[in-house]
Design a protein around this ligand. Structure first.
Ligand SMILES: [Zn+2]
Length: 118
């Protein structure tokens, strides 16, 4: 039995959350990912892509998601392939490359802002 965990208009972000949750051992299902064109006929919340998890995982998934969303914002970064990514992504969704000068060991000191030089 699956329950809706959350919904968001940004499918890439949901996909990112799904990856994080699944890496914690919580299988997720993305629903409504193809229904964007139906917007206008249904309440918006019913059209947005949704993340569903098994009922017995729901409480833990909510905790993890709250933790993910509460994480300090990272600056945007640009991949070597030219894709511009939000700071919450640790790898490029386009080519799969990892974010430069960052590891997954924990929050970084953000004392060099060279990426902001356009
Ligand atoms: Zn890339």
């Amino acid at each position: 039995m699956y329950r809706r965990l959350t919904s968001h208009h940004n499918l890439v972000l949901l996909d990112h959350w799904r990856n994080l949750l699944e890496s914690e051992g919580i299988p997720c299902e993305l629903r409504n990912r193809l229904l964007g064109s139906a917007a206008g006929e249904l309440p918006v919340n019913d059209c947005e892509p949704q993340l569903w998890v098994a009922e017995h995982n729901l409480a833990r998934a909510r905790q993890l998601l709250a933790h993910i969303e509460a994480a300090p914002a990272q600056p945007d970064w640009q991949c070597a392939c030219g894709e511009r990514l939000e700071g919450s992504f640790s790898e490029c969704w386009s080519c799969g490359a990892s974010a430069p000068m960052r590891d997954d060991a924990g929050p970084r000191e953000q004392d060099d802002d060279r990426e902001f030089v356009a």
